[in-house]
Design a protein around this ligand. Structure first.
Ligand SMILES: [Zn+2]
Length: 814
């Protein structure tokens, strides 16, 4: 999220056709919204004794105390404050969630918390239900503090930073009954800042950097010193009816198309007019929630006829979420077009020397947006200073200059997950691969370094120690390498995963040093990638664990995983990152500079998964890959990166190794992956969707349960945290017929009794030649002995090897 404070200017001054009509700003002026925003306690209260309020998996017991209700708005009571003695218990509906919760609470199965104060906000039947319990009208009064504290936490950028009032307004102005329930629990045991929330439209993004939707129920803490998501799951009735899926679409709207006209000034200031056409996914959509970067300030929103619409956008440093209020509610499937005029700095920043940085947070929200899995078409027109070059997602339609400005237009031939651009003073190259379906590759590098690198150069010159910054600081020399990597990866991936989803890829340089990112047809690589190893060493970016060898191929692979196929929810994001890691390993394997690089790559991944972080945790232990970024919390640290990338990759690597056949090699694996990409083209895929496709193509050897299911493997490695330890011993002896006999002793430990694996054994011959002999099936903590007659072999092997390609994610005992 953005981090800069400053003056907010709502008056937009832009050139030419982009100038929005001088409509007065109507932000936050809706009277119902204002009533909700300034709400206070009413005089209505009840005294409660052992009252119970059950909300999904959460139960509130009010042993004694007073409940005071908030003032009604439009005849609806949207909250209450409780003061007294109460208990909250949470019993998650799944084994995985019970395990994850007890990992944090250290209580088995369910969590119990005590409180003396509670604030409830709701649009469901909570008010009626509490009243129905027949308690007598309250004598006491309630302090307004709990309510005020919850309102402050919602605005605080370090806490919830979510405009819950906008969300409540959605239900208050809707023609449909609401189902929202939020409890701010001032807990005594775990945290005084705990939120239990139920939203039938998916838990909204609460300053976590990612969304828990489509899951509807969550418990989290928002204390800066004790922050994390304790539980998240679907509604109870979905489990009861077995309809749980993370490809559920319970959001409010689907964006069909975007028409964006954007002006980027030399300073980096962005002003734009976006016409967004969307369809309601539910009846009663009147207040439309959209994601727009906080520093991009909206000056007006109009309907298709140009009539101004009321909207909500609070301070950029507070609960900034953007909502548009339509004249009346839409029915499910009904479409509407809004045009939003907005502008601001910080979404794009001028880094000096013709380098511009599109803020990581703004890349999904530089236009009013929904979520990744919502594919839309784009028609974009950019205006920018003419000495710069702009490259964007989609297909370039036209490029021209007018006076001092350059104008380029971009269109998408098919709906895409997200649109973006990169621009600056670039040197670039472009190549069309005629033999490869006219696939186009472009690479862009800045001709000058940004200010902070220039300052570093200046500093060393002044210091007289220029030798410590020796080497070539120009980044344009790496254009060829980027082009080459893009070409090789695109060809390998098209073979393994099916045809390239976008017939074009542009690799661009960004000033960020520590990450790359991939949008459909457009890749940002870190500036550090464009330096040689001498320079990288001097700026402290040595090639730890092969990062610079694989960042390009990894980002290119996201064209397939993340964009051609996207993830169903945060629980499936491991596939996007993990499969891109697997793809990068294919790149390393096939460029064959050194065959050991491929083996080393997986060793590095295993280290990432099993080394202890600063908080003392190993990524593999904190939870399964299906918890995604939820694994980051203040207790176990930011550990998700060390799990979902390397272990996600390992899971697919293990599948690849199990599917490998001596005669056909990777053929089965390729068939499965191609079918996966084709089946889920322009759709979100869940972990379960992927599992079903692998099951269709798996070998008989993988079918350990004889039921054509891979539950055994997924339960251990995908939904579980298993890590077996192996000890491999072997001897050769002469057989009766003069051949060789191999005796193998394999010990499996540190697993539960049900754990099963198929462990491959290889033979090494002269000149480093390695061949797979076969596999050993093993269950539980035990020793498995095998005696293999090798008399059919022409050559006597030098030794037997176990797990040569790191086929199985495990620890090895020497
Ligand atoms: Zn990635």
């Amino acid at each position: 999220m953005g981090s800069l404070r400053g003056f907010i200017c709502l008056l937009v001054l832009v050139a030419g056709s982009l100038a929005p009509a001088e409509t007065p700003s109507v932000a936050n002026t809706d009277s119902t919204y204002q009533s909700l925003r300034n709400i206070t306690l009413s005089t209505e209260s009840i005294s409660v004794e052992n009252a119970v309020l059950k909300r999904d998996a959460g139960t509130f017991t009010f042993q004694s105390g007073t409940i005071c209700f908030l003032q009604p708005v439009n005849g609806k009571v949207t909250g209450a404050v409780f003061v007294g003695n109460g208990t909250f218990t949470l019993e998650p509906p799944t084994d995985g969630e019970r395990r994850a919760l007890s990992y944090l609470t250290k209580q088995p199965d369910k969590m119990t918390e005590e409180f003396n104060e509670l604030t409830l906000r709701f649009t469901d039947g909570t008010y009626e239900e509490l009243k129905k319990q027949g308690f007598k009208a309250g004598q006491g009064t309630c302090s307004p503090d709990p309510l005020n504290d919850s309102m402050k936490a919602l605005r605080n950028r370090l806490q919830l930073r979510y405009n819950l009032i906008g969300r409540i307004l959605q239900d208050v102005l809707s023609t449909e009954p609401g189902g929202l329930f939020a409890a701010f629990i001032k807990g005594r045991k775990y945290s005084g800042k705990m939120l239990f929330i139920i939203d039938p439209h998916g838990v909204p993004e609460l300053n976590t950097g990612f969304s828990l939707a489509p899951e509807e129920v969550a418990l989290l803490t928002y204390d800066e010193n004790k922050e994390g998501i304790w539980a998240a799951f679907h509604l109870a009735h979905e489990y009861a009816n077995s309809t749980v899926t993370n490809s559920e679409r319970n959001g409010w709207l689907h964006i069909d198309s975007q028409k964006i006209e954007a002006l980027i000034e030399k300073s980096g200031r962005l002003s734009a007019k976006a016409s967004t056409t969307f369809a309601a996914l539910a009846n009663g959509l009147r207040v439309v929630p959209l994601d727009l970067y906080p520093t991009l300030r909206v000056s007006s929103v109009t309907d298709a006829a140009g009539k101004p619409l009321s909207f909500i956008q609070e301070d950029k440093d507070e609960d900034y979420q953007f909502f548009v209020i339509l004249p009346q509610s839409l029915k499910k499937g009904e479409t509407f077009t809004i045009t939003t005029s907005y502008a601001g700095k910080d979404a794009v920043s001028n880094e000096g020397g013709g380098n511009y940085y599109v803020s990581g947070g703004a890349r999904t929200s530089w236009y009013p947006n929904t979520t990744f899995e919502d594919y839309a078409t784009f028609d974009m027109r950019f205006t920018y200073p003419k000495d710069f070059k702009l490259v964007a997602t989609g297909v370039p339609v036209s490029e021209k200059t007018e006076g001092n400005q350059a104008i380029s237009e971009w269109k998408t031939p098919q709906p895409i997950t997200v649109a973006g651009f990169q621009f600056g003073r670039f040197k670039y190259e472009k190549r069309e691969l005629k033999e490869f379906n006219n696939f186009t590759i472009e690479a862009y590098a800045n001709t000058e370094p940004p200010d902070d690198i220039k300052a570093l150069e200046r500093y060393t010159e002044e210091d007289g120690r220029s030798s410590i910054l020796a080497g070539n600081w120009s980044t344009t020399g790496m254009i060829k390498k980027a082009m080459g990597e893009a070409e090789i990866s695109a060809k390998i991936y098209s073979d393994y995963f099916g045809p390239s989803p976008f017939n074009r890829i542009a690799i661009s340089q960004q000033t960020a040093m520590t990450y790359g990112q991939s949008w459909p047809g457009l890749v940002w690589l870190p500036m550090s990638y464009f330096y040689d190893s001498t320079i990288r060493h001097q700026i402290g970016f040595d090639d730890l664990k092969g990062y610079f060898k694989t960042v390009g191929p990894h980002e290119i692979a996201h064209q397939w995983f993340g964009h051609a196929v996207t993830w169903g929810s945060y629980r499936d994001q491991w596939m996007s990152e993990g499969f891109s890691e697997l793809a990068a390993s294919l790149f390393l394997q096939f460029i064959q500079r050194n065959p050991q690089e491929f083996v080393k790559f997986w060793e590095d991944q295993r280290e990432l998964i099993t080394e202890r972080n600063r908080q003392g945790f190993r990524a593999i232990d904190v939870g399964p890959v299906t918890m995604g970024y939820r694994l980051n919390n203040t207790r176990t640290g930011n550990i998700a990166r060390s799990l979902i990338y390397p272990k996600g990759g390992y899971i697919l690597h293990m599948i690849r190794m199990m599917m490998w056949q001596p005669r056909t090699g990777d053929e089965l694996f390729k068939q499965a992956m191609r079918e996966f990409v084709k089946t889920y083209h322009n759709k979100p895929a869940t972990t379960e969707d992927f599992k079903a496709i692998v099951e269709k193509h798996m070998t008989p050897m993988m079918d350990l349960d004889g039921n054509k299911k891979l539950d055994w493997f997924f339960n251990q490695y995908v939904y579980g945290t298993a890590l077996p330890t192996y000890k491999f011993e072997h001897t050769f002896e002469n057989g009766a017929n003069g051949g060789t006999i191999l005796n193998i002793k394999l010990t499996q430990s540190n697993v539960d009794d049900q754990f099963r694996m198929v462990v491959p054994v290889y033979l090494e011959f002269d000149k480093g030649k390695v061949m797979r002999l076969g596999s050993i099936g093993i269950q539980g903590n035990r020793v498995q002995q095998e005696r293999v007659d090798l008399s059919g072999l022409k050559e006597r092997p030098k030794r037997a090897l176990f797990n040569y390609y790191n086929d199985v994610l495990c620890s090895v005992e020497q």
